[in-house]
Write a protein that binds this ligand. Sequence first.
Ligand code: MLT
Length: 208
Amino acid sequence: MKHIFNKGLDPTKPTLLLLHGTGGNELSLMPLAGKIDEEASILSVRGNVLENGMPRFFRRLSEGVFDIADLVLRTNELNEFLDRAAEKYNFDRNNIIAIGYSNGANIAASLLFHYQNALKGAILHHPMVPRTGIDLPDLSGKSVFITAGTNDPLCSPLESAELQAILEKANANVDIHWENRGHQLTLEEVGAAAQWYKKLFIENPPLN
Ligand code: MLT
């Protein structure tokens, strides 16, 4: 997959996996990484699917209606890409924190839905429930931060709460942050994600 890898100053830090929204690319979320952790390595990936020329991580049939077969295939493709990238760039495969926005948050959620050890944690900005009707793996020890908008026309507050409940049922540790806004990614929610990350991974780093 097309990507950028920037080696961080501190190899014990998580690798930040950046996953853009529809129409973005591997450059779109680069400014976010430094706000979360200036010393962490960054792996920023471009989605392989094109919708009217706009990169995405999986196909959709219409807005909010996903092509589940393609979602499953692309989630597997990304998971295998992470295996290879960890070897190639020599970072800890078990210490990846995804940061995704919109479609990128949805594929990050799909990694958690389908693979027990794809991610150590995830910051999901405006995610949806990627699919229903499956049993999730045991996500004990995984930490997820969801940011959502009370007026988000794409991801309703109910859907954000449902995603939290599904992940918690699989034993993930989930925090949710609300903004009185729509689908846009705000500086405030990035700040809230930075606080969450600092508390969990810098002040009380997990014992691996
Ligand atoms: C999706 O298709 O993943 C969601 O509708 C969000 C988006 O528009 O990217």
